[in-house]
Design a protein around this ligand. Structure first.
Ligand code: ZN
Length: 259
């Protein structure tokens, strides 16, 4: 049987249930596996969390995260929360996510987002699963809630886009930082400066596919097989062999998510 340890890389943040893959999902998954890339596919609401789990149940080397995204925070009532709790009892569910705050698009009222974030953080803590956190233009409130709940967290700030000072704050709280396609974009020099300083042991590599496609494919649909572009950029920034980035970040994902 294939083991997580045999993988070259793990794409720790994908949305394989996205309708963008409806025509060729099997081929997308096959390309990842051919390249020895494992995938954590992340739900954004109850329906997609169930689909993420179904994908994980059908494919060895795909794992699932279940949760309600800040965009959909208004759908998180007590019933949905308890059904998420039920899903976490299934094998292959390795995290609560995608949860967090998004004040850029504001698709759910901010107060509702904050409540949904707190409730899912509390659930994760109770059942001892790590969290996958989304943060867009909401850093102050996000840090406030995280600081409030406890001094130490297990999880990842996904698609981290901040500078070295903000990276330091999240690291101090216990988080890993997810590095995705934006690290390849020309304008994100502050992010590359941050990556230089983040210990390799605290970095996860991700695509956030179908979104945030890295160079040189920017503008087209993203997919897990592209995760090696992010690993190569991290290696280049840190001045180390890409094999070292592959090995350490894969180990990081295996440890954090108990794969
Ligand atoms: Zn996402």
């Amino acid at each position: 049987m294939l083991m997580a340890e045999s993988l070259t890389l793990i794409d720790t943040h994908a949305h394989l249930d996205s309708s963008d893959y409806n025509d060729d999902r099997a081929a997308v998954i096959a390309r990842a596996f051919t390249a020895s890339i494992g995938v954590i596919t992340v739900g954004v609401d109850l329906r997609s969390s169930k689909e993420a789990l179904a994908l994980a149940q059908r494919h060895r080397l795909i794992w699932a995260a279940v949760g309600v995204h800040p965009h959909d925070a208004k759908t998180l009532d007590e019933d949905v929360l308890s059904r998420l709790d039920d899903l976490t009892k299934e094998e292959w569910v390795v995290a609560i996510g995608e949860i967090g705050l998004d004040y850029y698009r504001d698709l759910s009222p901010r107060k509702v987002q904050r409540r949904a974030f707190r409730e899912q953080l509390t659930l994760a803590r109770r059942i001892k699963l790590p969290v996958i956190v989304h943060n867009r233009e909401s850093t102050d409130d996000l840090l406030g809630i995280l600081n409030d709940l406890s001094s130490s967290h297990r999880g990842v700030i996904h698609s981290f886009l901040g500078d070295a000072a903000l990276a330091e704050e999240f690291l101090a709280l216990g988080f890993h930082l997810g590095i995705g396609g934006p690290v390849t974009f020309k304008q994100n020099e502050a992010l590359r400066e941050a990556v230089k300083k983040i210990p390799l042991e605290r970095i996860l590599i991700e695509t956030d596919c179908p979104y945030l496609t890295p160079l040189p494919h920017r503008g087209k649909r993203n997919e897990p097989a592209y995760v090696h572009y992010m690993a190569e950029m991290v290696a280049q920034i840190k001045g180390i062999p890409v094999g070292e980035v592959e090995k350490q970040t894969t180990e990081n994902a295996i440890d954090l998510f108990s794969l």
